[in-house]
Design a protein around this ligand. Structure first.
Ligand code: PLP
Length: 832
């Protein structure tokens, strides 16, 4: 091989290359030129081709325009010794990227003009993009909003996740039932936004055993992980542009590939078939996203996924460090911080120990100092069914060396507990990372290994300290803090609500796009007649856009003057879609008995996916659809009431839904919703919340005041107090409206030809063990909904409430959230 032929460009040549790259223009003509070039010359299509091909040509055109900034950002982060944060998350629910990237590059208008000249429609091209659905719901969408805000704040943060071949399933509704279809979002090629970086491929090990021996040369005790199977982790980088600031951050997604020359020994033994089969087993790791939100995925493949993410990402960071600083890790923790998005990546605590001790030969004490100063953990739920516990036996089989390290971490931790509470063995058992049933408790591992532990809304963080993690709080109160969630206004206002964007820009300038607290300025226009009219016009247009979508997806026509009452989120009993349905049935019963004086027409929209194995959630979807069928086809009802279930709720659907909503339903049992972020998207876009005192609703209420919020329901301590003494039958007995609702349900009115179908649902609500206490909140919910109906009749009052809700939503920007993470936890310096 002619290795000596490798040429190194001179400074002159590098300058020449830089000149050539600069020619990437942002004018209408430049964009038009490149788009046509990609469409015709690279893809071999023409202007009459499929919108998806046009989307591909457009995304390459735009990606080119990010590339120089992207390289420059990467180089700037790696030039000097710069502290960086790594956001480790099993989910990034990105959605579409084209319109967002155009917004952040500041070339929306130019691109629109370029397409107009070619007789193409930018809107149709944007519509053709498939959602990158690499997440379940709030937790994954939060990670995507965080990435956007970090790039806008120019924080050196790198996202690490998995490149699932199949993302969140596509939901179809057939005969009222949810049907799941696989989401092969990559088509048969690549995601046009990503760049494969094979040169950063890492190797992850599974199985085998660990052997302890004395190094024959140094005499030191050494550990070797032997006979493991190897899986390659190949990174695909996705650009994350900041808003008009030339920063482009990186989201690195790992894809599993069988190691080259996989199981060669098996080949040689003639086991051709087994060898090839094991290749597909390796590649299975990143095949599919687990579709469960807020519930445990207790499967071996899931643990493999978690370790794969953690090991590949940590190796990536550590080897980049070693390339520069060799094996000097003395100040590693000063320059690197890992944020764990829930317990899913909490193996990072043990894996970084393993790398530092086994590979980098650090002592236990030195390694632990580094690990415990560089890990930070975010808790996302108090629901016991979501707390991850993995059997020791599974760990032993899959990650024997990692298990040894966890045992050692636990032994040293329990010693500490014993020092603090001498003789309290029961406490040691309760706090042990290994539970009495021989499971590894991932939350405890994360807590023991982290210098910061945060909840995601004020109430939730408080409940963590009082309940779930109380004993850890007693031990380490200084580690606990709150970081209230947010959403990015770039996607959730500027991009998804162009009418509102134009109105805001005209009235208060465009500074709100990077400083959402500026929104408070619109409050001074709250009595300005023309502003108020414009506000209503924008909402009306957005309602029309939503009504069009509803009609296309469900065939049901909405009257845009009616109240648009919306609940979209994952289907879960704690979120209480059932309470919403009970109210719809109550309204239906009122119409049927002629109790319609002073009526407010209402269109109720419910949407969301149920985990495929969550039987009750799927029944709830069926109930919603059956009630809708009856309500929408009863001539007595007419325009007074409509109910639809919107299929396949996802990010791109929410971009139409949140601007078009009047009323935002946030009705979880108090103490169960950690934060919620859907609530914030609605508020920003001028919807008013009907909600319980739960999650971030508490802070929304505090911002807008009781007169601009429909509050109802038991408070968290009341829920706790009622537990054990909850008798739903009493609530039915005392409430004739609830009786009417139940007699319709129990008579089979909504399942005439499907007898017994809803028995489980009915029984669960009537059970004194119902953890969600749906019937306890029925009366107060119906009363609050009555207030809603009256308030909506006074268009002027409603409009004021709508303006105030949006005006006071500034604190719910992820720009604020990220600033707080940085000030209190990461302590990074922004890089301009
Ligand atoms: C915002 C969002 C969520 C989170 O909604 P919550 O109401 O907070 O549960 C879930 N899914 C999608 C697609 C979202 O955009």
């Amino acid at each position: 091989m002619a290795q000596n032929k490798k040429s190194v460009p001179s400074t002159k040549q590098e300058k020449h290359i830089a000149e050539l790259l600069k020619k990437m223009g942002m004018s209408v003509t430049d964009i038009e030129q490149d788009f046509v070039n990609y469409l015709y010359n690279m893809l071999g299509r023409d202007i009459h081709s499929d919108p998806y091909d046009q989307f591909k040509a457009m995304s390459y055109t735009i990606r080119d325009r990010l590339m120089t900034y992207w390289k420059e950002t990467w180089n700037a982060y790696n030039k000097d010794k710069t502290k960086k944060a790594y956001y480790l998350s099993m989910e990034f629910l990105i959605g579409r990227s084209l319109s967002n990237n155009l917004l952040n590059l500041g070339i929306e208008t130019e691109t629109e003009k370029a397409m107009y000249r070619l007789g193409a429609s930018l809107e149709a091209i944007e519509e053709a993009e498939r959602d990158a659905g690499l997440g379940n719901g709030g937790l994954g969408r939060l990670a995507a909003c965080f990435m956007d805000s970090c790039a806008t704040l120019q924080l050196p943060v790198i996202g690490y996740g998995l490149r699932y071949e199949y993302g969140m399933f596509k939901q179809l509704i057939q005969n009222g039932f949810q049907i799941e279809e696989p989401d092969h979002w990559l088509g048969f090629g690549y995601y046009p936004w990503e760049i494969q970086r094979s040169e950063y491929t890492r190797t992850v090990y599974f199985g085998g055993r660990s052997r302890h021996y004395k190094d024959p040369h140094t005499g030191e005790l050494t550990v070797h992980w032997e006979d493991a199977e190897e899986v390659l982790a190949v990174p695909f980088d996705v650009p994350i542009p900041g808003f008009e600031n030339k920063t482009v951050n990186t989201l690195r997604l790992w894809s599993a590939e069988a190691a080259e020359g996989f199981n060669l020994s098996e080949f040689n033994q003639g086991s051709y078939f087994e060898a090839v089969a094991s290749k597909s087993e390796a590649e299975n790791i990143t095949m599919v996203l687990y579709p469960n939100d807020s519930s445990e995925n207790g499967k071996e493949l899931r643990l493999r996924q978690q370790y794969f993410l953690v090991s590949a990402s940590l190796q990536d960071v550590v080897s980049q460090w070693s390339e520069k600083y060799g094996n000097d890790f003395s100040d590693f923790a000063e320059y690197n911080v890992f944020q764990l998005n829930d317990t899913h990546p909490s193996l990072a605590v043990a894996e970084l120990m393993r790398i530092l001790i086994d590979d980098k030969k650090l002592s236990w004490e030195a390694a632990w100092t580094i690990v415990s100063q560089s890990m930070a953990y975010t808790n996302h739920t108090l629901l016991p069914e979501a707390l991850e516990r993995w059997p020791v036996s599974l760990f032993n089989k899959l990650l024997p060396r990692v298990l040894e390290i966890i045992y050692e971490i636990n032994a040293r931790f329990l010693k500490l507990v014993a020092m603090k509470w001498p003789g309290d063995q029961a406490r040691q058992a309760r706090m042990s990372i290994i539970d009495p049933d021989d499971n590894v408790c991932m939350a405890y591992l994360a807590i023991v290994g982290s210098f910061s532990i945060n909840g995601v809304a004020a109430l939730h963080s408080q409940l963590l300290k009082e309940g779930l993690f109380h004993e850890f709080y007693e031990l380490w109160p200084e580690r606990f803090n709150n970081k209230t969630n947010g959403v990015t206004q770039r996607r959730w206002m500027a991009s998804s609500n162009p009418g509102l964007k134009a109105l805001l820009n005209e009235k208060i300038g465009r500074h709100w796009i990077t400083d959402l607290t500026q929104l408070s300025k619109i409050e001074s226009f709250v009595n300005d007649k023309s502003f108020r009219q414009e506000w209503m016009r924008v909402k009306r247009e957005n309602k029309q856009r939503l009504a069009d979508m509803v009609e296309k997806d469900t065939g049901v026509k909405f009257d845009v003057t009616a109240l648009f009452d919306v609940q979209v989120k994952r289907i879960h009993e704690y979120k209480r879609q059932l309470l919403n349905v009970l109210h719809v049935i109550h309204l239906y019963a009122r119409i049927k008995r002629g109790d319609t004086d002073n009526w407010t027409n209402r269109c109720v929209i419910i949407g969301g996916k149920a985990a495929p194995g969550y039987v009750m959630a799927k029944k709830i979807i069926k109930l919603i659809n059956n009630v809708a069928e009856v309500v929408n086809n009863d001539p007595d009802v007419g325009d007074k009431l409509k109910l639809v279930f919107i299929p396949n709720y996802r990010v791109s659907a929410m971009e139409i839904i949140s601007p078009g909503a009047d009323l935002s339903e946030q009705i979880s049992t108090a103490g169960k919703e950690a934060s919620g972020t859907g609530n914030m998207k609605f508020m920003m876009n001028g919807a008013i919340t009907i909600g319980t005192l739960d999650g971030a609703n508490v802070e929304i209420l505090e911002a807008v005041g009781e007169e601009n919020f429909f509050l109802f329901g038991l408070k968290t301590p009341e829920v706790a107090k009622l537990r054990g003494h909850y008798y739903p039958e009493n609530f039915i007995e005392e409430d004739s409206d609830l009786q009417a609702v139940f007699s319709l349900l129990e008579s089979g009115h909504f399942n005439q030809f499907e007898p017994g179908l809803f028995d489980d649902i009915i029984n669960s609500m009537k059970s004194s063990k119902d953890p969600w206490m749906t019937l306890a909140d029925f009366r107060s919910y119906v009363n609050a909904q009555h207030e809603v109906a009256l308030a909506f009749q006074n268009h002027s009052r409603w409009n004021t409430m709508s303006i105030i809700n949006s005006a006071r939503s500034g604190i719910f920007s992820t720009d604020r959230t990220m600033q707080e993470y940085n000030d209190d936890i990461w302590k990074l310096t922004p890089i301009k």
